[in-house]
Design a binder for this molecule. Structure first.
Ligand SMILES: Cc1cc2nc3c(=O)[nH]c(=O)nc-3n(C[C@H](O)[C@H](O)[C@H](O)COP(=O)(O)OP(=O)(O)OC[C@H]3O[C@@H](n4cnc5c(N)ncnc54)[C@H](O)[C@@H]3O)c2cc1C
Length: 479
């Protein structure tokens, strides 16, 4: 498809030294930790933002913090751009490389270093998957709360890069609320430690700055995260509605009433049909919109919370209420929701938007989203974290039809602008990446962006770290 988003022009001096760079990097890494053959580089050309791809110069797969530092020191010395990579599941193109870049993949750094149940923390290498942490402490009655639907594959380093969220973040917060410390390598190979096991740290909150910085401030090699005690019980309940607007205003009223369930997820009819066909989760097929509301706690606590939620849902004309009756039913309900993107991929190509809106705007933005996408002659399926107002319209299109693809991209941009205009923002959890980079001036003033770039420059004065992402190419300081 024709590309509408530009990448930075590759640095010719770097391309001219390709062979030498590869030979030098091979000397810095153990055998088997550098990929430079075209066939081996192919899987690193793109991430889950599949419409764009670039072949990197090489891929380094270090095994230790010291090796990450050695590669970064070398790259900064010779002005070689670097793209950090976890599992490459970014939906905004955050891990897509460029032709003059060395990808530094953290997949070989996948050890759990310390589990401290007394202090309720886990320290892990950056390549450990999100789900691995909960699996490692599950038998002891703990879990790691942020749960992106990609949690089987995505890494804690990538989660920090994007400040990732998930269905259960409504109650427990996103990555930044569950991250206590990192070990990180700066652009020139310097290793720094931010935060730690104890709460809060004196001085500036650099940990907060690093979380969500999309691999531009350094490479995280280790992270210390908060562990949470599992609740006594948890119950997902399905609420079916005759319209998306009714479901949307029900969500706003639940949160407005002060009740905070652990999760409120939304699906419209196309999403219900796609997910039910894949997971056979027992979703009602005769409604236009579905909420999955999960409450947790003791049985009386869950009953009391549900009573309040059901009363609000009735005021919004709920058509179906179905409580899960067993652990198996509950697991199926979540399987359907968490497989939504993969299940959608079975029926069509899609791009996934990630705008966030104030809950009072949810119904309006849902209706306008449908109108915008229909205006481009396309279809949309909505499945998202409604309690957070974090919307994920999946715009369905044909990736092999360039006009279709251009229409999908244009519709996506209109939707994200709609979210900003409704008082929300361009991204709730997937990051800016390359996808939303050129919309940043719709969200921020030039002065706002200049200040963010100044903070970035304090960490990476030569702009070698993931340079094509986050900030519009125009208005950057001269390289
Ligand atoms: C099917 C599917 C479902 C998804 N569901 C969710 C969801 O529910 N919630 C959600 O938030 N996201 C979701 N995502 C998006 C994606 O999984 C997250 O953004 C995830 O955190 C990316 O992790 P990763 O390991 O794949 O990182 P990558 O995609 O490899 O990288 C992501 C970003 O982090 C940077 N980075 C990676 N590792 C490091 C490191 N060690 N140090 C510094 N920077 C680093 C990269 O440069 C890049 O900018 C989903 C994606 C898919 C494909």
């Amino acid at each position: 498809m024709p590309e509408t988003i530009g990448f930075l022009k590759p640095r010719q001096a770097v391309l001219d030294r390709r062979r030498e760079i590869i030979a030098d990097l091979a000397d810095l890494l153990p055998e088997g930790c550098l990929i430079s053959e075209e066939r081996g580089l192919k899987p690193f050309e793109t991430d889950a933002f599949l419409a764009y791809r670039r072949m990197p110069l090489a891929v380094a797969l270090p095994e230790t913090t010291e090796q990450v530092a050695a590669v970064l020191k070398y790259c900064s010395r010779y002005g070689v751009p670097v793209v950090p990579r976890g599992a490459g599941t970014s939906l905004s193109g955050g891990a897509i490389p460029q032709e003059d870049a060395v990808v530094i993949g953290l997949s070989k750094m996948s050890r759990i270093l310390d589990i401290d149940l007394f202090n309720r923390t886990a320290t892990v290498q950056a390549g450990v998957t999100n789900l691995n942490i909960s699996e490692a402490v599950g038998a002891d009655g703990f879990f790691y709360a942020p749960d992106p639907s990609s949690q089987l594959a995505c890494t804690i380093g990538g989660n920090i890069g994007m400040n990732s969220g998930g269905a259960h973040c409504l109650k427990y917060g996103v990555t930044t609320n569950n991250l206590l410390g990192v070990r990180m390598v700066l652009f020139d190979g310097t290793v720094i430690e931010l935060g730690g096991k104890a709460l809060d740290a004196p001085g500036y909150d650099l940990l907060g700055l690093v979380c969500g910085s999309e691999g531009q401030l350094g490479i995280v090699t280790e992270a210390t995260v908060r562990l949470i005690a599992k609740p006594e019980g948890a119950r997902p309940v399905l609420f079916g509605f005759a319209s998306s607007e009714a479901a949307g205003s029900c969500v706003a009223d639940i949160i407005g009433s002060g009740i905070i369930p652990v999760a409120i997820e939304f699906m419209d009819k196309p999403a219900i049909e796609i997910c039910e066909a894949f997971a056979h989760a027992g979703y009602p097929l005769d409604v236009e919109a579905l909420l999955i509301v999960e409450v947790e706690g003791s049985e009386p606590e869950m009953d009391a919370m549900l009573e309040g939620i059901i009363e609000i849902a009735r005021r919004h004309g709920v058509a179906t209420i179905k409580e899960s009756q067993s652990a198996l039913e509950a697991a199926l309900i979540w399987k359907g929701r968490k497989s939504a993107f993969g299940a959608t991929g079975r029926v069509a190509d899609y791009i996934c938007m990630d705008g966030t809106v104030p809950l009072s705007q949810l119904s309006h933005v849902l209706r306008r989203t449908g109108e915008i996408v229909a205006g481009y002659g396309l279809r949309v399926a909505n499945v998202f974290h409604a309690g957070d107002g974090n919307m994920h319209p999946l715009i369905l299109y044909n990736i092999n039809d360039s006009e279709d693809a251009a229409r999908a991209e244009a519709a996506g941009n209109d939707i994200l602008k709609l979210c900003v205009d409704a008082g929300g923002c361009l991204t709730g959890e997937h990051g800016v990446g390359i996808e939303k980079r050129d919309l940043m001036l719709h969200q921020y003033s030039r002065a706002d962006l200049d200040q963010q770039m100044a903070a970035r420059a304090a960490f990476d004065p030569d702009w070698i770290m993931n340079p094509s992402k986050v900030f519009p190419l125009e208005g950057r300081p001269a390289a």
